[in-house]
Every structure is written in structure tokens, then in C-alpha cells.
Design a binder for this molecule. Structure first.
Ligand code: ZN
Length: 321
């Protein structure tokens, strides 16, 4: 278990909710909501430890049993977050009526519950309505969208808030990441994104290349040439970086330069901000979100890039008038 991250999570209000509940009245069902998978997994792990160890120390026999996956009363149906089958959920429900193997609580964990089928959700509902004594269910989800209202009304919802960049920086430094300062700012409060950025050696190279592309967009005629730039090969990543770029462009425009993430590319950001008004920048930021949605709906990548660059060209030409 990552000790630095565990200590940060232990200081969150989400963990404190569980710490207090487990001590006083541990509910039968919880839903942990957070799009930050890494932080969420760590929280679930700590909560599991806390059920059997007052300090969730990670060092005692109980904690070690849980961490090595041999605690018989703790069952994660889908450790990898994949879809749970009807057989798995049926087996879980049947086993929930058996007494705990050891004395104490029985814990079931289902990850990515917002992605689970309606059949699986409905099957779990009965357990949530009449939970056997000493059985507790912990569900995780990136949001409540996709979860049946009947399930939502029977779980205690615990939202994990975004983290401060200072906390993320502390964690990155402990891992020996060189550009901890820039990455912690770029991560937007998410440990998962910080981890992705830290493992992506090309992040700053790609950010520089994208800035040059966006500065090169003039009229719509300039778009076809720029479309083929290899920086768009991994479009999901290019869009994540683009989101950071246009936030920085906005900060540059309104002179909030302390908030800028890509501090080494001030000149490029300045050039782009001078070609756009605040309204134009916010229109482009909305277009980034739309492009991300298109990508998740499997729209052809070249079309997404084409539309996005044309949007920049359009906004730039409006600003000239
Ligand atoms: Zn312990």
C-alpha cells in the first residue's frame, strides 16, 4: 500500500465519515463517488482495513491478511472494475446469508457500480432492502449516472472531493517525479490524472507541439495541413492536454499567471491568448468537452480534430472583426 497516498486519504472528509460510522453505527451499504480511480481504490482499501483495525495501520496481522487478499470475510467481486456477472452477484447474495467465517463483519465490495447491468443492480437491491446482519456492501462509482434510483435511495453516498495540488505534489515528490510542480497543477485535483501525466514522458513535448498547432491555425484553409500532425495520434491524451492549454490561455488572458500550469511555454500561451477574446476562449473550452464526448461515442477521430481546429479558426476570425 502506498503510504504517502494512504496518509493523504486518511485526512479526507470521506475517510472520516467511514471512521466515525464504523466506530458508532456502520451502515449496511455505501456508495463512494469519485472519478479519481486511484484515490477511490485507496479509500476502499483503507475503509476495509478500518473495519477490522481501529487505526487501519496496514501493519498488524488483520491488516496484512486483508492486503494480501486472504481475509475470508472480505470479498471484492470485481477487483479490476470489470462487469459483474449474474452468477457472481447470485453467489454473493447466497453467501451473504452465511455467518462470517471469523467473528465480526462481512464486507462485499463492487467497483464501478455505475457500469453494472440493470439485472445485476436489481439483484443486489434485495440485499440492500433486507441486509443480513453484519453484512456491509461498499459500491464505488465515478458518478451516480447509470445507477438505479432504487439503489441510490438505499445507500449512504460518500463523495470524495478533489485534492489540493500541494497534496498531489507531495505524493509525486515522494515517488521521485521530477516535474512534480507542473504535473500537480495540471492534474486538476486528481491523483489518477497525476499518475497518467507522470508516466507520460512526452507530456510537455506534446503540450508544446499542440500549442504550436493552435497558434498556426489561421483561416479554415490552414486546417487540412495541421490535421495530420502526429500529436493527435493519441487523441484522448491530446484532448486532456488541450483542456489544460486553454485553461492556461484563459489565465494568461485575465493576467492570473500564477495559476498557469505550462509555465515554460509562457510566450506560446501569450500568442494564443492575444488572438482570442475571453468569450472565444470559453467557446473553445466548451468545444474540447464536446470533442471528448464525441470520442467516447466513437465518432471518427479525424472528424473530431477537423471540427475542433475549424472551431479555433472560426473563433480567431470572429476576434479579428
Ligand atoms: Zn492494522
Amino acid at each position: 500500500m502506498d503510504k504517502v497516498l494512504a496518509n493523504i486519504i486518511k485526512n479526507t472528509s470521506a475517510y472520516r465519515v467511514f471512521d466515525r460510522d464504523i466506530e458508532n453505527s456502520f451502515c449496511h451499504a455505501y456508495l463512494i463517488i469519485s472519478p479519481d480511480t486511484l484515490a477511490q481504490n485507496t479509500l476502499v482499501e483503507l475503509v476495509t482495513l478500518r473495519v477490522y483495525c481501529k487505526t487501519a495501520c496496514s501493519l498488524c496481522t488483520e491488516c496484512k491478511k486483508i492486503l494480501s487478499g486472504v481475509k475470508p470475510d472480505v470479498k471484492t467481486l470485481n477487483p479490476d472494475g470489470k462487469n459483474v456477472t449474474v452468477e457472481q452477484i447470485s453467489e454473493m447474495i447466497n453467501s451473504s446469508y452465511l455467518s462470517p467465517v471469523e467473528s465480526g463483519e462481512k464486507l462485499y465490495i463492487i467497483k464501478n457500480f455505475d457500469n453494472q447491468s440493470v439485472v445485476v443492480q436489481n439483484k443486489l437491491l434485495k440485499t440492500l432492502e433486507e441486509p443480513p446482519e453484519s453484512v456491509h456492501v461498499i459500491l464505488t462509482a465515478s458518478s451516480t449516472i447509470g445507477i438505479l434510483p432504487t439503489v441510490l435511495s438505499r445507500v449512504k453516498k460518500v463523495t470524495q472531493s478533489l485534492f489540493r495540488s500541494t497534496e498531489i505534489k507531495k505524493w509525486l515528490l515522494a515517488m521521485g517525479v521530477e516535474s512534480a510542480d507542473e504535473i500537480s497543477k495540471a492534474a486538476g485535483g486528481s491523483f489518477t490524472l497525476a499518475q497518467t501525466l507522470a508516466s507520460d514522458e512526452k507530456f510537455f513535448d506534446n503540450a508544446y507541439e499542440l500549442l504550436n498547432v493552435y497558434n498556426s491555425v489561421k483561416e479554415s484553409g490552414s486546417v487540412p495541413r495541421l490535421l495530420k500532425n502526429k500529436v493527435f495520434t493519441n487523441l484522448a491524451e491530446a484532448l486532456n492536454i488541450t483542456e489544460i492549454i486553454f485553461k492556461d490561455v484563459l489565465y494568461t488572458k485575465v493576467e492570473l499567471t500564477d495559476y498557469v500550469t505550462l509555465i515554460n511555454f509562457r510566450n506560446e500561451l501569450r500568442n494564443l491568448s492575444e488572438a482570442l477574446t475571453i468569450t472565444a476562449i470559453s467557446n473553445i473550452m466548451s468545444e474540447v468537452i464536446i470533442s471528448k464526448q464525441k470520442l467516447s461515442c466513437f465518432v471518427t477521430e479525424i472528424n473530431i480534430i477537423d471540427c475542433f481546429l475549424l472551431k479555433i479558426a472560426e473563433e480567431k476570425s470572429k476576434c479579428k472583426k
